[in-house]
Design a protein around this ligand. Sequence first.
Ligand SMILES: [Zn+2]
Length: 212
Amino acid sequence: MEPFIKSFQYNFIRKQVMHIVNSKATVNDADVIQAVKSIAEERVLALFPELNEQQIQLLTPIQDIKDKEEAESFLVTMKKYVIPFKTLTESTIKKLFPKIKKLKAPATEDIDLRETTYISWRDAQSNKTFIVADYRGKLVGLVGTFHSLNQKGICTICNGHEEVGMYTAEKKGANKDSYVKRGNYICKDSVQCNINLQDLDRLYAFIQRLKN
Ligand SMILES: [Zn+2]
């Protein structure tokens, strides 16, 4: 079976699995636990507009999870079917950011590409922070600056309460050659931000506001 789960969907599934495990640990009522499991299964299946028989068989054992060990092994199996983020080559980077000279592709060896919906990195030479994300099936790039706030706040992309900073990008204005600066608070740690992501709505809105 080909990978068919997107990273944010995997995060959603993991959250549902953790919810089942936590309910088991704190609730005694078997009916309540069964209800939690049924809702989890329903929500997980609803993530996918279309599923074949094999895919349904892969996801439905969420109902049978009894403890933390089973939860972990279920998630390990799920992970195999997550579509990894594309490896960013020098030529892809050149196409995405044609105006930036000598921009290097980000080092992604240490990143789990199956837990990646967007990649963010700071380029020392230009002092800019670049973001690459899959936007409705197409890779898009943002160029901006990131200023850490050294405090917690709500991230525009993942909605998590994390250490945030202001990400500012220049967007073309209504008139030719005019630019407006647009800023949003986002997570300082993009790896954590990616783990928090359970839907794409906020990320897409963020890209729409900031991309040219
Ligand atoms: Zn975030």
